[in-house]
Design a protein around this ligand. Structure first.
Ligand code: FMN
Length: 180
């Protein structure tokens, strides 16, 4: 395990992978990081589908537009983690949305996703969050039931190539003290 700030800053989106399996105990540690993610009232609305089958990966890849830079990663990575969420639980109380934002499932899944990415990186693996694809088509491929949505796909494996970090906004450009 490396230092947290180093993990946060050093994690890159990985789109090229080595032809090397992910050991089950490593995969388990990554899933353990999902397990300990914070969530709205501890609703834990996440569901994760672990895809290793090449044919299924092909079908999932087909849901991306050909211009998506993650196309190659969908097949090149030995594992694709598919992050799904239960609807109308996060942000809800007695069946009613409690805030103006309605369902908070995307928020909770975002946190769980970041836990996957950081844990993978700290263990020497790479990931890329894939969000731009035909979600309904991907849902059908994996048989995601009604009441759930498939939100993001994360190729996971040992990096073959690490790209340079895209530029970030400076702290002063997004931080507001006392008032916006
Ligand atoms: C919600 C979300 C969706 C994303 N969707 C895609 C995608 O469809 N294809 C892709 O290649 N990268 C995708 N990315 C990766 C971003 O492009 C990447 O995180 C960003 O450029 C910063 O680079 P870094 O992750 O290396 O720091 C996505 C990232 C997030 C957080």
């Amino acid at each position: 395990m490396i230092d947290l700030m180093e993990t946060i800053q050093g994690r890159r989106s990985i789109r090229n992978y080595q032809d090397k399996e992910v050991p089950p105990e490593i995969l388990n540690q990554i899933l353990e990081a999902v397990r300990w993610s914070p969530s709205w009232a501890n609703t834990q609305c996440w569901e994760v589908v672990v895809v290793k089958d090449q044919e299924t990966k092909e079908k999932l890849k087909a849901t991306l537009t050909p211009t998506n830079p993650a196309n190659k990663a969908m097949l090149g990575a030995p594992v694709v983690l598919v992050v799904c969420g239960k609807l109308q639980s996060s942000g809800y109380y007695n069946g009613e949305a409690t805030t103006k934002f309605g369902d908070w499932f995307l928020f909770d899944l975002g946190i769980a996703t970041q836990n996957i990415c950081l844990t993978a990186h700290s263990l020497g693996l790479g990931t890329v969050v894939v969000g731009l694809f035909d979600h309904n088509q991907a849902k059908a491929v994996l048989g995601v039931p009604e009441g759930y949505e498939l939100v993001a796909m994360l190729p996971l494996g040992y990096p073959a190539k690490v790209s340079a970090a895209p530029k970030r906004r400076e702290i002063g450009e997004f931080t507001h003290y006392e008032k916006f």
